[in-house]
Design a protein around this ligand. Structure first.
Ligand SMILES: [Zn+2]
Length: 404
């Protein structure tokens, strides 16, 4: 009789052991909403844990984007097997489909999806930047991407929706201007976001769900510094850094980031929103950022591009047609253990849906291993060497070089 597979499969046990060996996940009944535990510093880079009412997760960390309550092409069991500890979901999208009422009735985002790890919900501020919408002093009126109807969100309704969705970490509603922007636009976004942050805190009543403020200010270091200082004075559980990676140069981004971080308290997590390219991420960790999210690894996978220790690789290239090697010879993911570049390229070219899952698994494991390496390097005092290695492989363009 064939031996039955038991979940998690052997490879996933191995990956998970590798990825979460430095984490002790357990719920502490007396813990505050959120604690930041820094156990190692290397320069300004820090490694440690964020502890919430749900448990703890290691930082620096990368959080895959599950906008609609799912990381596209993966199951929640996949996420667990890959050692992922925090999934991002989006309040705007979940509020429109299936609606907050349904998610709440089904036990919140965890009961609804079956995911027992952490969930961080973005509020919808970024959707005002990327989707049709109108911002006024009191809130944002969106045009639904599903049926064109008007959908109104205020700082208070964003908090209420996130409480009912049951996320572990909420984000305040913010105003994220597209760059380049005039000084007037940048400062107005800072002022509006500060006012909304205060209203969000007043509306927040949950003793178990943490809430993060968001720093804005474009690439204007004075605006960044003012936004960070005044947001920090409000005393949030943690701080998002929004409005970056929206078209600016990396040097400008890092200057704005430095101005922000110098005003944020050391004992709270710092989350750089929407940045996930390897160089940007490693440089931001060097400045003291703890948390990241980005669509890059999942979106690239859907386009047949994979992240490897030698750089990015487009599987559509004809030179891989007879290549028996795995995507990355140093990778331990299930895709690399079982599939050749030639086979994956074939699946991609004939548009077999399975390939999306296989490539997404690889790219996410690659990101999780990158973050684990960063934590190890910080703990062993070798972060500068890791930073130099990543830069030598990936610098050249913000999108990194393609494997030769
Ligand atoms: Zn792999």
């Amino acid at each position: 009789m064939a031996k039955e597979h038991v979940w998690p499969l052997p490879w996933s046990v191995r990956v998970r052991d590798v990825l979460v060996a430095d984490v002790g996940t357990h719920v502490m009944s007396q813990t505050p909403r959120l604690e930041m535990i820094v156990d190692s510093l290397d320069g300004a880079a820090r490694a440690g844990f964020v502890r919430t009412q749900r448990g703890s997760f290691a930082v620096p960390c990368f959080m895959p984007v599950g906008t609609r309550g799912v990381v596209r092409s993966l199951s929640v069991s996949d996420l667990e097997s890959l050692g992922i500890e925090v999934m991002l979901a989006n309040t705007y999208h979940l509020a429109l489909r299936p609606g907050v009422d349904i998610v709440e009735e089904m036990g919140g985002i965890h009961g609804f999806t079956g995911w027992s790890g952490h969930v961080l919900t973005d509020s919808g501020g970024f959707q005002a930047y990327s989707l049709p919408s109108k911002i006024d002093e009191d809130g944002i009126t969106f045009k639904s991407v599903y049926d064109g109807s008007a959908f109104r969100m205020t700082p208070e309704s964003a908090v209420d929706a996130q409480e009912r969705l049951g996320s572990d970490i909420q984000m305040v509603l913010d105003v994220c201007p597209a760059l380049p922007a005039s000084s007037a636009v940048i400062w107005e976004a800072v002022q509006t976001t500060l006012g909304w942050a205060e209203r969000s805190l007043n509306a927040h009543s949950s003793s178990s769900q943490a809430i993060f403020g968001i720093v804005q200010g474009g690439i204007d270091v004075d605006a960044r510094s003012c936004s960070a200082k005044r947001t920090a004075e409000m005393g949030f559980d943690g701080y998002g850094i929004g409005g970056l990676s929206v078209g600016e140069d990396r040097a400008d981004m890092l200057r704005a980031l430095e101005a922000t971080l110098s005003e944020l308290p050391d004992d709270r997590p710092r989350y750089l929103m929407g940045v996930g390219d390897p160089v940007g991420l490693i440089e931001a960790v060097a400045l003291g950022v703890d948390m990241f999210d980005c669509v890059i690894p999942t979106r690239l996978a859907r386009h047949g591009t994979v992240l490897t220790s030698s750089g990015r690789m487009s599987l559509r290239n004809a030179k891989f047609a007879k290549d028996p090697r795995p995507l990355d010879e140093s990778c331990v993911c299930s895709t690399c253990v079982s599939s050749s570049r030639a086979y994956l390229r074939h699946l991609l070219l004939v548009s077999e849906p399975t390939v999306l899952r296989l490539l997404t698994v690889h790219n996410l494991v690659w990101m999780m291993l990158l973050m684990r390496s960063a934590r190890e390097a910080i703990r062993s005092g070798t972060y500068d060497a890791m930073r130099a290695e990543i830069a030598s492989v990936w610098r050249g363009s913000s999108r990194a070089r393609t494997v030769a």
